[in-house]
Ligand binder design. Structure first.
Ligand SMILES: [Fe+2]
Length: 314
């Protein structure tokens, strides 16, 4: 059987469509979706509808689904801060049916194929815990790319080598039972195989918002399990037109109603590098400096901080 593993779509319909088209051409038999379908891209409802239409699939929840769940039944007249604008917009633009579908999804899933167990969770923490290697994420890629001025492939392969030599990582893997472990969340595509122990880890990266520094494409991973239980993992990258995404974003309702968040996301799409983490740190510092204790951040603080931050980015 051939599985397409797709994660962290974040409302990016054109990326999802590009990946699904390629998966169809690969003769995929079933799809594994590892969470985070909404928030940040301007097509959340369309992405959920597209997933619902796929017949053979296993779909779990991510952390972004929780943000929408938290808004159910809340007084919308109080939705007047800046930081949450993107969640508010997303909530108002996902149909009730699609929201119910998202919230009906399990946090984890398990299946078996040709005698091999496949475990799914949104984050690797569920399987491996919070060891230091957990922090080798999009922030690490951003910091290392900046410092070294080197290309993303060099950064990614160095991170991968370090992980595979890390004592705590190897100990955490050692504790797992045989099988394949599927997760997303970090927005970095990677995989690990220990063929002696029959343990495989797969993070397909972020289909909708890759933050691995590779700008021209979006990732997903093909997993093939043979009749004899053999396991083959292929990391795929699909060409994706970021300029077209950005152009469509600027014409979207999300861009109008959650302008700051949308602009930071556009910067992330352009560079494939984490920026939101750094902007949130900046606005936190800015609010502290100006004595603004309101959280989530007020519109004024949110927008003024962005203006200064954007100028600094050049
Ligand atoms: Fe995500």
């Amino acid at each position: 059987m051939k599985f397409a593993i797709i994660s962290d779509i974040h409302g990016n319909l054109p990326a999802l469509q590009a990946v699904l088209k390629d998966a169809k051409e690969q003769g995929i038999t079933a799809y594994l979706f590892a969470g985070d379908y909404c928030i940040s891209g301007p097509w959340p409802d369309e992405c959920i509808t597209a997933i619902k239409e796929i017949p053979d699939k296993y779909v779990i929840r991510g952390n972004e689904e929780k943000y929408l769940e938290n808004l159910i039944g809340k007084d919308q007249t109080l939705w007047n801060d800046g930081q949450m604008q993107v969640s508010y917009w997303c909530y108002k633009n996902v149909s009730r049916d699609n929201l119910d579908y998202l919230l009906s999804l399990p946090y984890t899933a398990g299946l078996e194929c040709n005698g091999i167990k496949i475990h799914m969770a949104h984050s690797s923490v569920d399987f491996l815990g919070t060891h230091p290697f957990y922090t080798w994420n999009s922030v690490t890629v951003a910091e290392r790319s900046r410092q070294a001025g080197t290309d993303p492939h060099t950064v990614l392969s160095a991170m991968s080598e370090e992980r595979e030599q890390d004592k705590e990582f190897l100990e955490a893997v050692e504790k797992l039972e045989k099988g394949i472990y599927v997760f997303g969340h970090s927005h970095i595509q990677w995989s690990y195989r220990d063929e002696d122990k029959d343990i495989y880890l797969i993070n397909p990266g972020s289909c909708g918002l890759p933050l691995d520094g590779i700008k021209d494409s979006v990732p997903y991973t093909v997993l093939e399990i043979g009749d004899d239980g053999s396991v083959d993992i292929e990391e795929k990258r699909i060409a994706f037109d970021k300029e077209d995404y950005i152009e469509k974003m600027t014409r979207s309702g999300q861009y109008r109603e959650a302008n700051v968040w949308s602009k930071v996301i556009m910067r992330e799409q352009e560079t494939a590098i984490e920026h939101m983490y750094f902007f949130l740190a900046f606005v936190t510092h800015y609010a502290e400096k100006t004595g603004d204790e309101r959280r989530p951040f007020a519109v004024d603080t949110w927008e003024k901080a962005y203006e200064i931050w954007e100028r600094q980015q050049g």
